[in-house]
Design a protein around this ligand. Structure first.
Ligand SMILES: CC(C)(COP(=O)(O)OP(=O)(O)OC[C@H]1O[C@@H](n2cnc3c(N)ncnc32)[C@H](O)[C@@H]1OP(=O)(O)O)[C@@H](O)C(=O)NCCC(=O)NCCS
Length: 206
């Protein structure tokens, strides 16, 4: 038995709680959230993590976002605000444009509150170093390839890659396999441990 796994798990949990505490009350975490080292979380209004979400190292989430259960976010992913700077104000140089910042009390009028959020479904994989802009909805079960830039919605179970991200495939070959995948997840038992994957429970429903 690896006794180091206990203190390491405690340190990982402490890091997650510390990062959440620093991020402030706009950030809501589901059960068993993992936040990797040097993550930066900031949301002008609301950032919500579902259950058992994994967030890798050096991830920047700097916008409103909803992240579904069992999402896997690789290292160096960024979720950022498409409308962070009000660049259409005539006569104001870019450096001085109204911006979304931690100290502002109201959004600029140009920012549409409905599109000022990234929505990521459950069971999604965001690959290493990809970037997702606000206004985008990534359907459940989808995969975003490493290094992609996602500027438009991604359909459930699509695999997208490139800049701008385009569909390169489907995660499963048919709708019936998708239905079976979702049924097994619904009936299954999935539990994480910060002690490592040797201590996880992964039992798809029969
Ligand atoms: C997307 C991914 C899952 C592969 O999916 P796949 O369906 O098996 O895709 P394939 O490898 O068959 O590639 C299909 C096409 O997409 C291209 N492609 C694959 N990954 C790509 C990427 N990241 N960026 C651009 N194009 C990519 C391939 O070159 C291929 O192009 P072609 O048809 O012109 O030859 C994989 O490439 C990827 O990006 N994984 C993420 C890895 C990661 O982030 N790991 C971190 C640990 S969490």
């Amino acid at each position: 038995m690896n006794l180091w796994s206990y203190p390491l798990a405690m340190l990982r949990r402490l890091r997650t709680h510390w990062t959440l505490w620093r991020a402030g009350p706009q950030v809501h975490a589901g059960q068993d959230l993992h936040l990797g080292a040097r993550c930066r979380l900031w949301a002008p209004q609301r950032l919500v993590f579902g259950q058992a979400v994994y967030v890798g190292k050096d991830v920047h989430i700097e916008c409103n976002a909803e992240i579904g259960d069992f999402a896997l976010i690789a290292d160096r992913v960024a979720l950022v605000g498409r409308q962070d700077h009000d660049f259409r104000v005539c006569g104001v140089p870019m450096r001085f444009t109204p911006q979304i910042s931690p100290t502002m009390v109201a959004m600029p009028a140009s920012v549409d509150p409905d599109t000022n959020v990234v929505r990521i479904g459950s069971d999604v994989w965001l690959g290493f170093g990809c970037l997702v802009l606000t206004g985008v909805r990534i359907g459940r079960g989808a995969i975003v390839a490493a290094g992609a830039v996602v500027a438009a919605d991604v359909a459930p179970y699509d695999i997208v890659a490139g800049n701008p991200a385009r569909q390169i495939g489907r995660r499963f070959e048919s709708e019936s396999v998708i239905a079976e995948h979702e049924r097994r997840i619904r009936l299954g038992d999935f539990r994480l441990s910060e002690r490592g994957d040797a201590h996880w429970t992964v039992r798809p429903g029969a």
